[in-house]
Design a protein around this ligand. Structure first.
Ligand code: MRU
Length: 376
């Protein structure tokens, strides 16, 4: 189903075949919510409708929507859909529980569900549904503005890495582009911003096994936007750094601990280790909703363990043009599938946020977010 989103504000944002799209937007009837089905990309572009909180929970759990900021936005709209079904306290509490249980690692999910629950429980029942839709829209607008700002701050770092005679070579892991947020993205926002400003750049895209968000989503985004890129096997990054082929790395994050430790897609840690060994700057880009001030360090962040079939099988386009999975391991082989890892802050050159660039440390974060320091 193709559908054109309603946009607010003057910024054009990202486009699909010339049509501006966000990853999540209200349906024309103002009740349902439309999302891009990311399980179908890059082979098919489809928009699906969510009508109930159960639809929102399913979309998050099955990764129709994914990426930390986007699952936060989906949780916000999920709470609004819940209020439309039943705005009573018990139903809203259960909706909140189901949403935050859908995926455990990205803290944006809990941040958004908490925000909507607190707003609604403080209001008379009759006012909850309308207020929830407005607040969910505000969560999305906030994310778009934050990601656009991350783009501007990060683009300055890319500009600085410019040398004559060759493009700036940037490595990224997973998909932290506009598909992972409401628009623009986190790690890819600086790349789009610099590219649009005329900086000659090239992106090394980690395929990001086991679900291949790099191959399926980041490559699709960059190709659609006309950004030069090359897909690499996850294990190639260290070698390319040794050869001087990578000027900087930029990744996103699912949860930043208060000390600047970075939880992100599995494999991020290995890239940070290789970057440090080769003195390649390693940047992490995220909005305020990704910071978990209650988490002193990354050690206690819950790491999602996903279906082992994601490791034992691989999916792709078959000769008949259909998407199918094939098994790549012997029938008796078991697998493990931790979906995220934690990169210690000492391996991170700097953090890129909507408020600017800071050191990956509690002091650095508190400089940009003094209100959080004041709450202690
Ligand atoms: O499992 P996913 O695809 O939801 O994981 C996404 C990531 O790890 C992203 O890098 C992260 O959410 C940052 S997104 C802007």
């Amino acid at each position: 189903m193709a559908s054109t989103p309603q946009r607010k504000g003057a910024q054009p944002g990202m486009q699909v075949n010339g049509v501006p799209y966000r990853t999540i937007f209200p349906a024309e009837d103002g009740r349902g919510v439309l999302v891009i089905d990311q399980t179908k990309l890059p082979h098919r572009f489809e928009v699906v409708r969510l009508d109930t909180v159960a639809d929102a929970v399913r979309a998050i759990a099955t990764m129709i929507v994914r990426g930390a900021p986007l699952i936060g936005a989906t949780a916000a709209y999920g709470m609004a859909l819940a209020a439309r079904e039943n705005a009573g306290d018990a139903f809203l509490q259960e909706a909140h529980r189901a949403l935050i249980a859908a995926r455990p690692t990205a803290v944006n999910l809990r941040w958004a569900a908490d925000r909507l629950r607190a707003l609604m429980l403080a209001l008379p029942r009759a006012e909850r549904e309308g207020a929830a839709y407005r607040e969910a829209a505000a969560v999305c607008e906030d994310d778009v503005a934050a990601c656009a700002s991350i783009g501007r701050h990060g683009a300055a770092l890319i500009e600085k890495a410019r040398t004559t005679g060759r493009p700036v070579n940037i490595l990224t892991h997973c998909n932290a582009g506009w598909l992972a947020a409401v628009d623009w993205g986190t790690a890819l926002a600086p790349i789009y911003c610099a590219h649009d400003a005329g900086v000659d750049l090239h992106v090394w895209v980690d395929e990001t096994r086991p679900r291949n968000q790099g191959a399926s989503l980041t490559a699709w985004e960059l190709a659609s936007h006309g950004v030069k890129h090359t897909l690499i096997a996850d294990n190639a990054g260290g070698h390319l750094m040794q050869r001087g082929e990578i000027d900087l790395c930029i990744v996103g994050s699912d949860r930043i601990a208060a000390n600047g430790d970075v939880c992100n897609k599995i494999g991020t840690y290995l890239k940070a280790l290789a970057a440090q060994d080769n003195t390649v700057p390693f940047y992490v880009a995220f909005p305020h909703s990704t910071i978990d001030w209650t988490m002193a360090s990354g050690a206690d962040i819950p790491i999602e363990e996903r279906d082992h079939a994601e490791v034992l099988e691989i999916a792709g386009l078959d000769a008949k043009g259909g998407v199918s999975s094939v098994r790549i391991a012997p029938p008796q082989t078991q697998a493990a599938n931790p979906a995220f890892d934690v990169t210690p802050s000492r391996l991170v050159t700097a953090l890129i946020t909507e408020r600017g660039v800071c050191a990956a440390s509690r002091e650095g974060l508190e400089t940009l977010y003094p209100e959080a320091a004041a709450r202690k």
